[in-house]
Design a protein around this ligand. Structure first.
Ligand code: PLP
Length: 237
């Protein structure tokens, strides 16, 4: 067994323990493999073990990987865009991705809607909410959320599925869980109005267990699957 499949085996074991501990239905939680900066061979190793959801953060890096894999016949991968979005990258993102998790402002929603190619189904989107109370982090504020959601709901080529959040990087799990619970509460409130909302994306390598405890339906795991990232060719997303 290779390193990546070995890692995935252990992550699924950890996830199973969390499902038992917090009485979560295993079918209600998706593992998103965050493959940014990682080569196609690594994606394929995870694919061979059965993974189908992959997350990328840099538009140009991702579009060449996605094209290559589609040309090689891997058409059943669900591609998630999870990085900060610059407006000059929305065309690439709207063209190549299945779901965008980092939508955080009206201008970007407008562009993704306009640039989603005709003939493709509406682009699934999540609104990224700033739950970490750190100014430099991207994400829509809780205050601005109602207006952004209302705007997206009117867009023919966007299909809003739920919310995404990134917790502060800290060892204080109480602080992390408070911010996850705030997002979970918001998600539950919106579900009364929009019952089709089905994705609450929260949890990364260091806070996966807290996220599942707090009701996450999708954990985004990079380091624990693929190892540390190398930023040699870092581009601006
Ligand atoms: C890189 C990234 C991840 C993965 O983080 P790890 O700590 O490596 O698991 C998750 N979510 C987002 C938005 C990311 O940019």
């Amino acid at each position: 067994m290779g390193q990546i499949s070995d890692n995935l085996f252990h992550i699924h074991q950890d996830l199973d323990l969390c499902f038992d501990k917090y009485q979560r239905d295993p079918t209600s939680i998706t593992l998103l493999c965050v493959s940014k900066t990682k080569p196609i061979a690594s994606i394929l190793e995870a694919y061979q073990t059965g993974e189908r959801h992959f997350g990328e953060s840099y538009a140009h890096e991702a579009d060449s990987k996605i094209k290559e894999l589609k040309e090689a016949g891997y058409n059943d991968i669900v591609w998630h865009f999870i990085g900060p979005i610059q407006s000059n990258k929305t065309k690439i993102i709207a063209t190549y991705f299945d779901i965008v998790e980092s939508l955080d402002r009206i201008k970007i929603a407008e562009r993704l809607d306009a640039q989603r190619p005709a003939g493709l189904k509406p682009l699934d989107v999540l609104v990224q909410v700033n739950i970490s109370e750190e100014d430099q982090k991207s994400g829509c504020s809780f205050e601005d959320l109602p207006a952004l959601i209302a705007f997206i709901q009117q867009k023919e080529h966007l299909n809003l599925r739920g919310l995404m959040g990134i917790a502060k990087e800290t060892d204080n799990s109480e602080e992390i869980e408070n911010s996850f619970m705030a997002l979970k509460n918001e998600f539950d409130n919106y579900r009364k109005q929009y019952p089709h909302f089905d994705i609450l994306s929260m949890g990364m390598t260091h806070d996966m267990e807290s996220a599942i405890k707090c009701g996450s339906t999708e954990v985004r795991i990079g380091t624990a699957i693929f190892g540390p990232r190398e930023y040699k060719h870092k581009e601006n997303a």
